[in-house]
Structures are given as structure tokens and as C-alpha cells.
Design a protein around this ligand. Structure first.
Ligand code: ATP
Length: 234
């Protein structure tokens, strides 16, 4: 579904991605793990067109997208939930969700998706008229994911959804990510919480200093001695 081939991405003179090659199959949950500053967020930013690569290729369903603008990439069905949630704090939950659907014209579909989201996150239905900024951190993460879902993505790009959340809330969010995937959305999950991310992933990639250093199934990476030492604290 998505393929990165030899991607090199820079911030000015600083090279953040080095020859990054990875692929995501339709229906998979793929996770990218790595330490602070390894280049995980930059990988997502390159896919979503916010920080396009200097060289290499990014193909979506076989067609190059690395030359497209971010809004064209969203329109193709790739939707990013940025790190730190970035919801609109002054707008209500419903208004935030409307923002996610602003490019859609299928009113019935939007209504159905809203019901679907309220089924996934009943707490958001309860808080629908509340300002986004008054929600808890976990609820804001749920809202950020839901806003992306309102654009009806084929591929959901999640940047550190566990950041700053309590273990129980993280568990709940990861279960919902699995449910979203089971319902037909492919997921690219960037995480520092390697343990949980690898547990729900079909396959994973390990990134160090802008390079992919290891790839395998989620289960195999969980059992890998180097991964255990470096990322699982075992
Ligand atoms: P984190 O988990 O801390 O978000 P990460 O793995 O997502 O880390 P990136 O944010 O992709 O890593 O950063 C990769 C490298 O690019 C780092 O060396 C970082 O300092 C650098 N970098 C990131 N954003 C910028 C920017 N806007 N300008 C300059 N350098 C940047």
C-alpha cells in the first residue's frame, strides 16, 4: 500500500532520514520504534508531505506521492495524527470532528462516521458540546484520532499516541487502534512505547540515527535480544 524507497530527508543542512526503505501492506499495523530524535516523526512528515524528501521515492498504491502537497496526500486517504494531539482547544468536540470532515461532501457518510466514532469512544459522545481544551489528555488523544478518522483515511499515521498518558488510558487507546485496523484501516504507528506498539503490530521497523536498522514481525522483535536491551528495558 505504501512504500518508501531510499528516502533521504533534511532540515536545512541536517540529514534526519538516511536511505529509509520500508513498506506497509494493506490491512497491516506497522510500527516504527526508536529513541528520541531517531527520525520517527520525520518519517511520518515525509509521508504526509509536510517535510518532503530530498531524494528517494514514496509510493502509495504504486504511484509516487513525494512530489504532492500535503492536502493532496490527505485527499488520497493518508491522514496523520500529530504528536501532542493539536486539537482546537476553543472548539467543542463536535466542531473539532467537523473540522476533520471539512473536505467531504457526503453528508450521510459523515453522519455514519460520527456514529462509528462515538461507538469507539463513548466518552466523546458524552462530551460532544464541551470545549476540546477542557478534556483530559487521554480524551484529547481520542479526539485527535477521531478527527483524523472523520477524513475517512485508508492509511492512518499515528505519531506517539501514548505520549504523556497513564498506562490504563494507553492500553485503551491501543485496543481502539486494533479495532480501527480490524474495521479496515491500515495503521502506521510511530512509538517510543516499544513494548505495547510491538504487541499490536503485525510487523515493525527499528530506527537509529535516521536509518532503519532492523525489521521483523512484532513478535520476533519483542523476542530480539538487542531490541529487549535497547527499547524494552529488559
Ligand atoms: P521524538 O521521539 O523525540 O519525536 P523522533 O524519532 O520522532 O524523535 P525526529 O523528530 O524525526 O525524531 O527528529 C530527527 C532528527 O531531526 C533529530 O536530530 C532532530 O533534532 C532533527 N529535527 C527534527 N525536526 C527538526 C526541525 N524542524 N529543524 C531541524 N532539525 C529537526
Amino acid at each position: 500500500m505504501l512504500e518508501l524507497r531510499g528516502v533521504n530527508t533534511f532540515y536545512g543542512q541536517i540529514q534526519a532520514l538516511r536511505d529509509v526503505t520500508l513498506e506497509i501492506g494493506e490491512g497491516e499495523i506497522i510500527t516504527l520504534i526508536g529513541a528520541n530524535g531517531a527520525g520517527k516523526t520525520t518519517t511520518l512528515m515525509s509521508v504526509s508531505g509536510v517535510v518532503p524528501p530530498k531524494s528517494g521515492e514514496i509510493l502509495y498504491r504504486g504511484k509516487p506521492i513525494h512530489t504532492l502537497s500535503p492536502d493532496r496526500i490527505v485527499a488520497l486517504g493518508l491522514c496523520q495524527v500529530p504528536e501532542g494531539r493539536l486539537i482546537f482547544p476553543e472548539l467543542t468536540v463536535l466542531e473539532n470532528l467537523d473540522m476533520g470532515a471539512f473536505m467531504r461532501t457526503d453528508k450521510d457518510g459523515v453522519k455514519r462516521d460520527l456514529e462509528y466514532i462515538f461507538g469507539l469512544f463513548p466518552i466523546l459522545a458524552k462530551r460532544r458540546r464541551q470545549a476540546g481544551g477542557t478534556l483530559s489528555g487521554g480524551e484529547q488523544q481520542m479526539l485527535a484520532i477521531s478527527r483524523a478518522l472523520m477524513a475517512r483515511p485508508r492509511l492512518l499515521l499515528l505519531d506517539e499516541p501514548s505520549l504523556g498518558l497513564a498506562p490504563l488510558v494507553i492500553k485503551q487507546i491501543f485496543e481502539i487502534v486494533q479495532k480501527i485496523n480490524a474495521d479496515g484501516t491500515t495503521v502506521f504507528l510511530v512509538e517510543q512505547n516499544a513494548n505495547l506498539a510491538l504487541k499490536i503490530a503485525h510487523r515493525g521497523y527499528v530506527m537509529e540515527n535516521g536509518r532503519i536498522t532492523l525489521t521483523d514481525t512484532g513478535q520476533a522483535l519483542l523476542a530480539n535480544e538487542d531490541v529487549k536491551k535497547a527499547y524494552l528495558g529488559l
